[in-house]
Design a protein around this ligand. Structure first.
Ligand SMILES: O=P(O)(O)OC[C@H]1O[C@H](OP(=O)(O)OP(=O)(O)O)[C@H](O)[C@@H]1O
Ligand code: HPA
Length: 186
């Protein structure tokens, strides 16, 4: 972390440093590329807002023609516990029928958000749906029928911020994944 970081006193520890994060994203890009046919077009669906950083970096490591689209769903509001009620705030612009969809998500926690998004996109008859998540907190899973095809890191059950992930909309612009000090939200 920069020594003059405005958030320095809020982060208990860094669990995934910037370099480690970027190396893994490069690997994931390779895995994703080889999982499709050569030259196949993929519609990358970024789940706003947390997956913005991951979408931007991951897409540059995928050697396929990719189309960007964005969907905004929300279940957390300003809380650190999922409300369980997923709302669509912004839908896709693209018609995904008969197209290959790669959902790009920052974190799978309870799994409720991804389950909801996958079920909804499935009704639009895409050629395929795959999921790429940067982080997975398996201990927190409530919805068991959902798995990421590509996952960056498994992390313990701690509330993390940075690299797109927020607490009350803050900390998204940190270049690493860190654990927020408990006293800031408990
Ligand atoms: O597996 P789950 O328990 O459903 O949690 C994961 C979801 O929660 C967060 O979104 P949030 O609603 O906080 O929106 P944000 O991406 O805009 O921060 C995160 O970005 C995932 O989309
Ligand atoms: O640990 C987390 N941090 C930020 N947002 C989240 N959404 C689900 N889990 C988390």
């Amino acid at each position: 972390m920069r020594s003059d970081s405005i958030f320095k006193d809020d982060i208990a520890k860094i669990i995934i440093p910037e370099r480690v994060l970027q190396n893994r994203i490069e690997e994931l890009g390779g895995e994703i590329t080889s999982s499709y046919q050569h030259g196949e077009e993929v519609v990358m669906v970024c789940i706003l807002r947390g997956a913005v950083m991951f979408m931007a970096d991951l897409s540059q490591q995928i050697n396929l023609p990719v189309i960007f689209d964005f969907m905004d769903v929300s279940s957390y509001g300003v809380a650190t516990e999922s409300s369980g009620v997923v709302r669509i705030i912004k839908d896709l612009e693209e018609n995904i029928e008969n197209r290959h969809v790669l959902i790009v998500e920052d974190i799978m926690d309870t799994g409720k958000t991804l389950k909801y998004v996958v079920d909804m996109l499935q009704t639009r008859n895409p050629a395929s749906i795959k999921i790429a998540t940067l982080l997975d907190k398996p201990e927190r899973r409530v919805v068991k029928q959902i798995n990421a095809d590509f996952n960056g890191f498994e992390i313990p059950d701690e509330f993390v911020v940075g690299y797109g992930l927020d607490f009350a909309e803050r900390y998204r612009n940190l270049p690493f994944i860190g654990v927020l000090k408990k006293e800031l939200y408990s």
